[in-house]
Design a binder for this molecule. Structure first.
Ligand code: PLP
Length: 461
């Protein structure tokens, strides 16, 4: 499998090169030259395969020239000791993507990316140095994904006083090969510093620098796995509660039996509602659908940063400044992965596969309240945007939502306790987050200044 830029198909590169360079030389994003197909035998068994096996079957065609099958199997086993439970809440399903160590779906991409980078860099005598700026969530998933991974050092830059205490511990509480730098400035300042470091000739000579942001193909492809796995499970009429904790208050009472719900889905392709910001998650869903997983379409759910729902409605794509909302991991006015969607499919094709809807903060809060009161289920603000987007389509009598439907739970509600708990009361804590809160913050503080950042980075040299 070769990769080409979204801006020109002339220079095809390997998976390894696309992953390690991140962005194509012409400024475009790397996309696979074509989308591979699952074999009929794999499609048949998606509903019964172990999650790790689905990961191998899904990722292998994209990486097979660079990563042998046996290595990929080890990577999947060590990256995914958790999976993605599909459970029923009322007459819908929730695909819970927050059972990884940082309690958000970004763990699926970051943990595979870390292992892929380490393998692709084997035999190099210098370590690879990953530099990443974060406004909160990405930094934690990248830090955790790369923690203790051989041959790689990571430095995360985050804006002082602008991440939550939990996020700060996820970013700066690991130590070892993960360094955290608190910048006396904004997220934009952090990003500008990272950019300046990448174009500094002296640094380039002395360190092998790379990035790990969400446009990297090695983060995108593994996100197709949970779509295929859960679509297969629903199609088979099964449940996969997996014994993992779900944030549910038993006394709230689940009104519809799990078994009845899942039996009703058997033999029918599923619709996924995807709470979206940069649209990496939804792009990965489209890959799973095109590979042949039993998926009938998607709902692109956003907060008031509704660039893509507006595009789907009017056919005009207009990037905007982002606005702050309760679902802050989706506060994106110029979604970077949309360039992939726009290059790989026409407007008409996208419209056939995706419905759009946007949700305000007031609707988000009342949705958390309603779903908790009705089902005893705790939604986080991002999941609530997804749930409410389906309600909006339902109120418009949009028939595309008829049939099996799963809303993606992209973060555990305890990660956004300051929004959720005033509405629902105390949330049962995610076991991984409990441990994170015990960590000590180990970060260096620097002013917004390239020389200060260089001094920190060159300490590794
Ligand atoms: C990153 C993130 C999103 C948005 O995902 P995209 O791939 O950027 O669309 C949604 N919810 C949570 C909790 C996130 O961390």
């Amino acid at each position: 499998m070769k990769y080409v830029s979204t801006r020109s198909r002339s220079q095809a590169v390997s998976f390894g090169e696309a992953a390690l360079t991140g962005l194509a030389p012409d400024g475009g994003l790397f996309i696979p030259e074509e989308i591979p197909q699952y074999s009929p035998a794999v499609i048949q068994s998606l509903g019964t395969m172990d999650f790790r096996d689905t990961a191998v079957e899904t990722i292998r065609p994209y990486v097979k020239d660079d990563i042998p099958s046996s290595v990929l199997e080890d990577m999947a086993a060590s990256a995914y000791p958790f999976s993605a439970p599909l459970i029923s809440v009322g007459d819908r399903m929730m695909l819970e993507l927050f059972h990884g160590p940082t309690a958000a779906f970004k763990d699926f991409g970051a943990r595979f990316m870390a292992r892929a980078f380490s393998y692709l860099r084997r035999g190099e005598d210098r370590p690879l140095h990953i530099l990443v700026a974060t406004s909160g969530d990405t930094g934690g998933a990248v830090a955790d994904g790369f923690f203790n991974i051989e041959g790689i050092n990571v430095t995360v830059l985050y804006p002082k006083g602008r991440v939550t205490p939990l996020q700060e511990k996820q970013i700066a509480g690991l130590g070892g090969n993960i360094s955290a730098i608190e910048v006396e400035g904004s997220f934009d300042d952090c990003q500008a510093l990272v950019k300046a470091a990448f174009s500094d000739a002296d640094l380039k000579k002395r360190l092998d620098l790379s990035s790990a942001n969400s446009i990297n193909v090695s983060r995108l492809i593994p996100q197709a796995v949970y779509y295929a796995a859960s679509a297969g499970i629903a199609f088979a009429g099964r449940t996969n509660a997996d014994g993992e904790a779900t944030p549910r208050n038993e006394s709230g009472g689940i009104t519809i039996s799990q078994d009845r719900r899942f039996a009703a889905a058997a033999g029918k392709p599923i619709l996924f509602c995807v709470p979206s910001g940069n649209f990496g998650n939804l792009t990965a869903g489209l890959y799973a659908m095109k590979m042949g997983a039993p998926i009938r379409g998607f709902v692109a759910a956003t907060n008031i940063n509704k660039t893509v729902p507006d595009y789907l409605e009017h056919g005009i794509y207009e990037e905007r400044q982002s606005k702050a909302t309760l679902s802050n991991a989706m506060d994106v006015g110029a979604p970077s992965n949309f360039e992939r969607m726009k290059t790989q499919w026409s407007y008409d094709e996208l419209k056939k596969m995706i419905r759009g809807a946007f949700v305000t903060d007031d609707e988000t809060r009342s949705c958390i309240d309603r779903v908790y009161k009705q089902f005893g289920y705790y939604l986080d603000p991002h999941g609530a945007v997804g749930w409410n987007a389906v309600d909006i389509l339902s109120a418009k009598n949009d028939r595309s939502i008829d049939g099996p439907l799963a809303v993606l739970g992209t973060a555990h509600p305890a990660k956004f306790a300051e929004t959720v708990e005033p509405i629902t009361g105390e949330i049962p804590m995610h076991p991984a987050l409990k441990d994170v809160m015990k960590r000590e913050v180990l970060s260096k503080t620097i002013p917004v200044n390239l020389e200060s950042l260089k001094a920190e980075l060159l300490r590794y040299n």
